[in-house]
Design a protein around this ligand. Structure first.
Ligand SMILES: Nc1ncnc2c1ncn2[C@@H]1O[C@H](COP(=O)(O)OP(=O)(O)OP(=O)(O)O)[C@@H](O)[C@H]1O
Ligand code: SF4
Ligand SMILES: [Mg+2]
Length: 362
């Protein structure tokens, strides 16, 4: 089915591979990662520390620097490669900030301590939007208002150190939005903040997404953070995406054992778990990735095959199983098949179907 143009992905990450060549060996940090983001879609990229989330995000804007190198695959923005081709530097320069904007974890290191926040936003607007000083200042006030900063006309005269962490993150989001990007990449935007402020910043991102029809890539190690904010969640483990699913489906029924493990160790507001269970063990050394499933040493469901072969990311449709569905369920399932948001679920696990059957019969 060909959808309306708005359904076409704006961003395509296509079999991306990134290595870091170090004295202690080559780290295969991103191993064949593919995902897409549609216009106005909010995608969460979730995984433990070191799983390759930030490196993937950096590759979107040509920010991989030696000893890192993109050794395979492609990243395309509206069909144009951001990795290959003679004009790629120019394409990245054009896209960076103006079409894809990034917000990082620590607002203090991303803001210049010696300039007022107003002058930093004005600078971005003058450079990228070619606004005159007066117009840029007026727009800076509007942007601070947009990100929920009270009394913005007075606030623009402040220096970063005069603001709280939450305020500084709002300022960074305002700066990121200054050029009206189509995609906002937010790498752990709330990790440095306390829980209440975290929730406010996430709510702000969700509001802006709706209001401005922004696409968002929200990167976090915490599945709890993306709940309620993201349309879709991609779960990364040891440099690979192991599950990519509509958020509601993923929370209702995690199909990959790692996703289930992450969910079981994530505090949630909507359900009370008996106890949180940390995932035992550690991810593999990415200088020597295992020949089989990278999760095998920690997976409670591993079988012999898992150690020998790599599971590929395959379509997983959580339809009622034959014999157990009522007629009504089956009709619903047929409808769902036409809805890409329902069927766009992929999982890299040999036992995903098997485990699903077990869940159903339990
Ligand atoms: N400059 C570098 N030199 C060598 N290896 C690197 C470098 N940067 C990243 N890596 C490797 O890439 C892997 C993935 O790193 P990345 O920063 O993407 O993880 P992450 O998922 O963002 O983790 P976190 O949640 O801690 O931010 C790391 O485990 C590390 O081995
Ligand atoms: S492929 Fe095997 S080891 Fe990997 S997640 Fe599935 S069951 Fe576990
Ligand atoms: Mg990171």
């Amino acid at each position: 089915m060909i959808g309306p143009p708005d359904d076409a992905p704006v961003l395509e990450v296509d079999h991306l591979q990134i290595d870091f060549v170090t004295r202690r060996g080559t780290v295969h940090a991103v191993r064949d990662v593919s995902f897409t983001i549609a216009h106005g879609e909010t995608v969460g990229l979730v995984g433990e520390s070191g799983s390759g989330k930030s490196v993937t995000a950096q590759a979107l804007l040509g920010m991989i620097e030696l000893p890192g190198k993109i050794v395979g695959g492609d990243v395309r923005w509206k069909g144009e490669s951001l990795v290959h081709g003679p004009g790629v530097r120019r394409t990245i320069e054009r896209v960076r900030g103006a079409e894809i904007a990034m917000v990082f974890q620590d607002p203090m290191t991303s803001l210049d301590p010696v300039f007022t926040i107003g002058s930093q936003i004005v600078e971005v607007l003058r450079r990228h939007r070619r606004l005159g000083r007066k117009a840029a200042k007026a727009r800076a006030v509007e942007l601070l208002d947009l990100v929920g900063i009270a009394n913005p006309a007075a606030r623009i005269k402040q220096y970063p150190f005069e603001m709280s962490g939450g305020m500084r993150q709002r300022v960074l989001i305002a700066m990121a939005l200054a050029c009206e990007p189509a995609l906002l990449v937010a790498d752990e935007p709330t990790t440095a903040l306390d829980v209440t402020i975290q929730a406010q910043i996430l709510e702000l991102i969700a509001e802006l997404q709706r209001e401005l029809q922004l696409a968002v890539l929200l990167i976090t190690h915490d599945l709890g953070v993306v709940a309620g904010v993201c349309d879709r969640v991609a779960v990364m483990y040891a440099g690979k995406i192991v599950e990519d699913a509509p958020a509601a489906d993923l929370y209702a029924e995690p199909a990959h054992p790692y996703t289930a493990g992450l969910l079981g160790s994530t505090p949630r507001l909507d359900i009370v778990l008996d106890r949180l269970v940390a995932i035992e063990g550690a991810p593999p050394d990415l200088r020597l990735p295992p020949p089989g499933c990278a999760y095998a040493t920690r997976c409670p469901h591993a079988v012999e095959r898992c150690e020998a072969e790599q599971p590929s990311l395959e379509r997983f449709v959580a339809l009622p199983l034959a014999g157990e569905a009522s007629e009504e369920d089956a009709v619903l399932a047929e409808d769902e098949l036409d809805d890409p948001a329902r069927t766009g679920r992929t999982v890299a696990c040999f036992r995903a179907d098997d485990l699903r059957r077990q869940r159903v019969s339990a």
